[in-house]
Design a protein around this ligand. Structure first.
Ligand code: SAM
Length: 390
């Protein structure tokens, strides 16, 4: 395990606000005798809380080698009889029974960007009882106007001619990328507003908008994306530092292309379009300043442009892509289709050269492709010698 991973997991268990919230939520939803799936268990701490809340059995699942440490930790706490540790990626996971509760904290800064929606959607279809409880069960999606120092470091820098060179080409990518700073109260120019809410197994596109009010003057350079997770009927957890029940988690920062000076009472219209399956976000922002009522400033950014994705990449990520064979594989299919136990290699080469010759540089290339394919996938029978005539 790397130093970075150890630091990361230390951060998760140092976060008492998170652990207390999950402990209260699990105590609320786990009934004696329940089976619980701890998805992305890491050190297994959420599974330990579920066992302590009375679970009959916990399946702690992680794709990383940390699962071995999680097993040691369970044993040291005399809970290894009730926790089964499985090293597996969630999408390949099989369980001996459908479970009553699933718990996960792979929530990222704005929910769609870490995996929980996808993992829960998959678990719902394959691993849970129909009436199973998901922890968290739903999310409210928040946006707030912010002035982040990070903006100067990652957006403005490209216009400063580093070492005398024009590096504007990076600016386009930089403003179409979401970032993960840790924002404090001092960065917020106004309170957060809710722009949408979704169940925690929602993988379809989500769109929504909110009107944000500027409450103190400053230089607006981005929008913070955050969430309130409903862990159980009475327990909430948020990564918005302005709200109660906040825990130690970054916020997503969606930059504006230009920083805008704003004053108290100005307003910001923000619209998000999120594609959870492909981890893509588009943010449309309109800044309405009271000093220039006829001159709102509009911008529209998207991680589609920041990630240098092609439309094919995007379609592939949400499963709507239509796979097509490459021309050479088409030719292979054609060749294998001619292997019928009757045709000779020579006639297969002949026909392939006639039909698909344009794909090859020479007839020799067709011959060697046919030979390779038949050697791998077919048995070549030498022709029977013709019997000598008496
Ligand atoms: C945010 S950490 C959470 C750790 C733990 N739940 C905690 O509270 O300390 C996420 C963990 O999920 C694991 N993980 C991420 N994606 C996974 C997947 N698709 N299947 C299984 N484990 C996954 C990672 O290896 C990592 O240990």
């Amino acid at each position: 395990m790397s130093a970075r991973e150890i630091e990361e997991h230390a951060g998760y268990v140092r976060d008492t606000a998170k652990l207390e919230a999950y402990e209260r939520a699990l105590a609320e939803v786990v009934r004696p005798g329940d089976s619980v799936l701890d998805l992305g268990s890491g050190t297994g701490v959420l599974g330990l809380l579920a066992a302590r809340a009375g679970a009959r059995i916990v399946y702690a699942v992680d794709s990383g080698s940390i699962i071995g440490v999680a097993a040691d930790i369970a044993a040291r706490n005399d809970l290894d009889q009730r926790i089964v540790h499985i090293r597996e990626t969630s999408s390949r996971l099989r369980l001996p029974e459908p479970v009553d509760v699933v718990v996960c904290d792979q929530i990222g800064g704005a929910v769609y960007d870490a995996g929980v929606l996808d993992y829960f959607d998959d678990a719902r279809r394959r691993l849970l009882r129909p009436e199973a409880v998901l922890v968290p069960g739903s999310f409210r999606l928040l946006a707030a106007p912010v002035s982040a120092g990070l903006w100067h470091e990652i957006v403005e820098v490209w216009s400063t001619r580093p070492a005398g060179f024009d590096m504007e080409a990076m600016a386009e990518l930089a403003v179409n990328t979401e970032y993960r700073p840790r924002l404090g109260a001092e960065h917020f120019l106004g309170q957060p507003a809710e722009w949408g809410s979704i169940p925690s197994d929602h993988v379809e596109p989500v769109t929504g908008s909110a009107r944000l009010t500027i409450e103190r003057p400053g230089v607006l350079n981005g929008i913070a994306g955050m969430f309130i997770a409903q862990l159980s009927p009475s327990v909430e957890l948020t990564n918005c530092p302005l709200l109660p029940h906040s825990f130690d988690r970054w916020q997503n920062f969606y930059p504006l292309p230009e920083a805008v000076e704003v004053a108290e009472g100005d307003s910001v219209e923000v619209r998000f379009d999120i594609r959870p399956k492909s981890y893509l976000a588009t943010w449309t922002v309109g800044v309405h300043r009271r000093c220039r009522p006829d001159d709102p400033i509009h911008s529209r950014q998207s991680t589609v442009l920041g990630k240098l994705l092609t439309p094919d990449d995007i379609a592939a990520a949400d499963g709507s892509a239509v796979p097509r064979l490459t021309p050479l594989v088409e030719a292979d299919r054609f060749i294998l289709g001619l292997v019928d136990g009757v045709r000779t290699e020579r006639s297969i080469v002949e026909q392939t050269w006639t039909e698909h010759g344009s794909l090859f540089c020479s007839r020799q290339e067709v011959e060697s492709r046919v030979r390779n394919l038949t050697a791998r996938h077919a048995r070549s029978v030498p022709p029977w010698p013709t019997s000598p005539t008496a």
